[in-house]
Write a protein that binds this ligand. Sequence first.
Ligand SMILES: [Zn+2]
Length: 100
Amino acid sequence: MADESKKKKSRWLWPLGVTATGLTGAAVVLLRGCWHNKMSWPVRSHGYSYQVCMGCGIKRLFDEKAFCAYGPYRYDLNGLIAWDRAHQGETYPQEERPAS
Ligand SMILES: [Zn+2]
């Protein structure tokens, strides 16, 4: 009986770990060493264009007029939109990431 309960415990921990990897994207980047150099074609959504990394699925905003990616890397599109609204009118070099 005691052995049976031990098995159950290790079984429910594993799907939990899979969910955690999806949420903690930054940790995945560190573990995989993904540099996001394989980005998808720009996707349009909510009036914004963004690219998705083929390696880890992280997103980055894409300027269709300038035809280049800009802003920080985020897994959450809402976070990117919020960042863009906060920094509208400002231009950042591609590699620079604002502290906020
Ligand atoms: Zn990536």
